[in-house]
Design a protein around this ligand. Structure first.
Ligand code: 26V
Length: 826
């Protein structure tokens, strides 16, 4: 077998062409004369997949032989984006595939664009997980991602009559060439049922067994994750739910055929759909099922792999030396009681041993301090679905509260504040508290966010466990977000520095002294122009709007949320419109031309967010059709924002807005992508903006608005707020109320929330300084050479926001894991 097994596939142009034709003929079962662009996409994907698979299986075998510590990244979301372009460039085969396809009459970029992107995540949290996957492979860390294979990803957003309408995203229509279905890798997952106890004959202790209920099967789907410039290829394992055979018997015996079929359908529904909300879950039982299904399959898989490796003297006590598990937010935090259950009930370990193992294995990343986004599950729901876990959570809490009481004797307020159980009706399990107690490291995702996690979210925990809460600032992968998204800028970097900057972003620093050199400036301006034209062509083709090429391209693209303040942006746009409309023809000429681009999805049940989209569309329609704005101002709301659109939009920006109410955006990662692509930020001192401003220099970020401390003070004196508002803002409100942007009834709720005494997000407070920041950006843009120099310097100062830096920090401070580079034998 060893002799028959193939050596590495050749990747010269003729070999690639042969593999493409072979896949069209044999994988797709099409004869040669039936070739079309989509078949070529499929064939190219399969050809690349063959090359991924050999690296992938070898890497996994290599990791197993080295027996180093592994990390498992548990995330209910992975916003992967398209894979083909990423894979050809990470494998170093972009040129070869481009040539091979070109000779066959196809252009690689248009083949790449055929791919339907999987959108198995909501926004920043899911995309971060995918950036981490790219870096983990690139830096040769033995790590796997674990998640769910939703059949329906993030909904497709269409704008109909100026409003968001959601359509289901069945992304598997044409199959998925990147996954390998592992019908042999499957686990049983129990739900409901009851807890029985018995006395262990050897020790005389009472032990527990979770029995009965429904049993669902989890089947593994594996996707290879190639590193850039390395052979290491990691794995992302996504679970899909299937009915189990036991089910048949139970229902069959009950003589209920239709009931049996229905119950089977319910099993499959567990992994049907991604929850499209990133701020509250309203206690949905299906969501809890998803979480437990995911966690149970994953932990069984992790333990099976750990146990497969026998070494002298190794027991489960050594698990944390070989395994780190990172919890991406609290979504997988039911892992903590589930690992406890496995260790207690199946492995018969004593509580204290099991607890030490669990705590040393888990790390928990917090991604938000917004109270509405902190997960809580009703005790009655948990008790019904996961009775044994509820018992274990009570036991964890009991022991934890004893510790609290030892630290602050008799302080019942502390007990109530810190308890894992909230004493409400019904009682709720605070998943964040469970995650903090059950992890050895808790991290925030930007400096200011971590400070707020320590002082506002978990102050008592921070006192009780000094040093447990750490900061690891987010980062994004330069492979997708520079190399792939921005070939024009990348070729400038590569022509000066060689290709090494892609995994060593610090090398860009050497370009900073050249920021004012005319030749670099010329190339840079060309690249920006190219990217604007590329976006303008897409907008023309898809939305039939002709964008001005010479304007400032000003963008805000992200999920729609009140705290992200797209509304502030729109109010600013209306103000600009009013200024243009009331100016003389002569005055108008001196107004900086601007293209305002907004994009983002609103959660389907989030009415205010949907109204914000409606207002943006209403404003766009009026402005784009007003002759007074011609050559001065355009507004576009691009529908269905996703990873592929982000790759097109971000490189075209001159400025982007990251304008959340200070203290509310944990990090933001779009901010990093925009600056890396040669755009400047207009932003508040929030999330990673603070660190970006420090890295690029305060002069090159247009900062405005209340600071997080000021926000807190302003909120506590909200009732005393002056009812008077800025005259310019009052004019904007009057315009909206006059109905020019569509019936004012549509917007009454939006405006009502902005009266100073109710203005939780402080739009009124920040509006004047926001306009100042806009003016400062306009003024700076007038000096084109100086502007270009700013952009070059900023883009070349961003190394710390590469996810490579982030992952090295996690590896050192949280996971205690070393790289394991795999060198193939030739
Ligand atoms: C919460 C929920 C609640 C239940 C329904 C489904 C669901 C899905 C996601 C979430 C998570 C919200 C937290 C989140 O996405 N945080 C974002 O994380 C980014 C990566 O760290 C960070 O850049 C953003 O600032 C932060 O908002």
């Amino acid at each position: 077998l060893w002799k028959l097994s193939s050596s590495y596939l050749p990747s010269d142009v003729p070999s690639i062409q042969r593999s493409l034709v072979k896949h069209v003929e044999y994988t797709l079962a099409r004869r040669r004369y039936k070739f079309d662009r989509n078949s070529f996409y499929q064939a190219t994907a399969h050809s690349i997949r063959d090359r991924l698979i050999e690296r992938w299986t070898d890497t996994q075998q290599f990791y197993a032989s080295r027996d180093g510590k592994r990390m498992y990244y548990l995330s209910l979301e992975f916003l992967v984006g398209r894979s083909l372009g990423n894979a050809v460039s990470n494998l170093g085969l972009r040129g070869a595939y481009a040539d091979a396809l070109q000779q066959l009459g196809y252009d690689l970029e248009s083949i790449v664009a055929q791919e339907r992107e999987p959108a198995l995540g909501n926004g920043g949290l899911g995309r971060l997980a995918s950036c981490f996957m790219d870096t983990l492979a690139t830096l040769n860390y033995p790590a796997w991602g674990y998640g769910l294979r939703y059949k329906y990803g993030m909904f497709e957003q269409r704008i109909v009559d100026g409003k968001q309408v959601e359509f289901p995203d069945y992304w598997l229509t044409h199959g998925n060439p990147w996954e390998v279905e592992r019908l042999d890798v499957k686990y049983l997952v129990r739900l409901y049922g009851q807890v029985n106890n018995y006395v262990d004959e050897r020790s005389g202790e009472t032990r527990y067994r979770w029995e009965g209920g429904e049993v669902v099967v989890a089947v593994a789907y594996d996707t290879p994750i190639p590193g850039y410039g390395t052979y290491n290829t990691n794995n992302m394992r996504l679970w899909s739910s299937k009915p189990s055979h036991e089910f048949d018997l139970a229902c069959f015996n009950a003589g209920n055929y239709y009931g049996a079929v229905e119950a089977k359908e319910r099993c499959e529904s567990i992994t049907s759909v991604l929850y499209p909300s990133d701020d509250n879950d309203a206690g949905k039982a299906l969501r809890l099922k998803q979480q437990f299904f995911f966690v149970s399959a994953t932990l069984q898989d992790v333990l099976r792999r750990y146990k497969k490796r026998v070494a002298p003297g190794r027991t489960l006590k050594h698990l944390p030396e070989k395994v780190a598990i990172q919890l991406n937010d609290t979504h997988p935090s039911i892992s903590i009681p589930e690992l406890m259950r496995l260790l207690l009930d199946d492995e018969l370990l004593p509580w204290d041993d099991a607890w030490d193992i669990a705590r040393m294995t888990f790390g928990y990343t917090n991604h938000t301090i917004l109270p509405e986004a902190l997960e809580k599950w009703p005790v009655p729901m948990l008790t019904e679905l996961l009775p044994r876990h509820m018992q274990i959570i009570y036991e964890i809490n009991h022991r934890f509260l004893q510790e609290v009481d030892a630290m602050w004797p008799g302080d019942t307020q502390k007990l109530a504040a810190m308890s894992i159980i909230e004493e409400s009706t019904p009682k709720m399990v605070r998943m964040a508290h469970l995650a903090v107690v059950g992890s050895h490291v808790v991290n925030g995702v930007a400096e200011i966010h971590t400070a707020l996690v320590k002082t506002r979210l978990f102050p008592e925990f921070n006192e009780m466990y000094p040093g447990r809460i750490k900061n690891v600032t987010n980062g994004v992968t330069p492979r997708r977000w520079i190399l792939q998204a921005n070939p024009a800028m990348s070729s400038i970097f590569t022509s000066i520095l060689g290709p090494g900057w892609v995994n060593d972003l610090r090398r860009l620093e050497t370009l900073k002294p050249l920021a004012r050199e005319p030749s670099l400036q010329r190339q840079w301006t060309h690249a920006k122009r190219f990217n604007k034209e590329r976006l303008a062509a897409w907008i023309k083709a898809n939305m039939n709007v002709d964008l001005m090429p010479n304007a400032v391209y000003d963008m805000q693209v992200k999920r729609i949320h009140e705290y992200k303040r797209q509304m502030l942006n729109i109010l600013g746009i209306i103000h600009r419109y009013a200024t243009i409309a009331s100016a003389s023809a002569e005055q108008r000429k001196s107004i900086q031309p601007r293209v305002c681009i907004l994009a983002g999805k609103a959660a389907p049940g989030y009415e205010i967010a949907k109204k914000i989209i409606q207002l943006a569309c209403g404003v766009a329609k009026v402005i784009n059709n007003d002759v007074r704005c011609a050559g001065r101002l355009q507004v576009v709301f691009i529908p269905n924002f996703n990873v592929s659109l982000a790759e097109l939009i971000i490189p075209a920006s001159d400025v982007s807005q990251h304008i959340s109410t200070a203290g509310m955006e944990a990090s933001g990662t779009g901010n990093m992508k925009f600056v890396m692509n040669g755009g400047l930020i207009i932003g508040t001192l929030d999330g990673a903006n603070v660190e970006i401003a420090r890295a690029v220099g305060e002069d090159d970020v247009f900062v405005f608005g209340a600071t997080a401390d000021e926000v807190a003070a302003l909120r506590s004196s909200m009732h005393k707020r002056e009812p008077r508002i800025d005259e310019r803002l009052a004019r904007v409100f009057r315009m909206i109320r006059s109905g020019v942007f569509g019936s004012a009834d549509n917007y009454e709720r939006l405006l009502d929330g902005l009266t100073p005494s109710k203005d939780f997000y402080l739009l009124c407070h920040d509006f004047p300084s926001y306009l100042d920041a806009m003016d400062a950006a306009d003024a700076a843009y007038r000096d084109k050479d100086e502007w270009t120099a700013k952009c070059i310097k900023a883009a070349c100062s961003m190394w710390a926001f590469s996810s490579d830096r982030t992952i090295r920090e996690y590896a050192r401070d949280v996971w205690g894991m070393e790289p394991q580079p795999f060198n193939p034998p030739h």
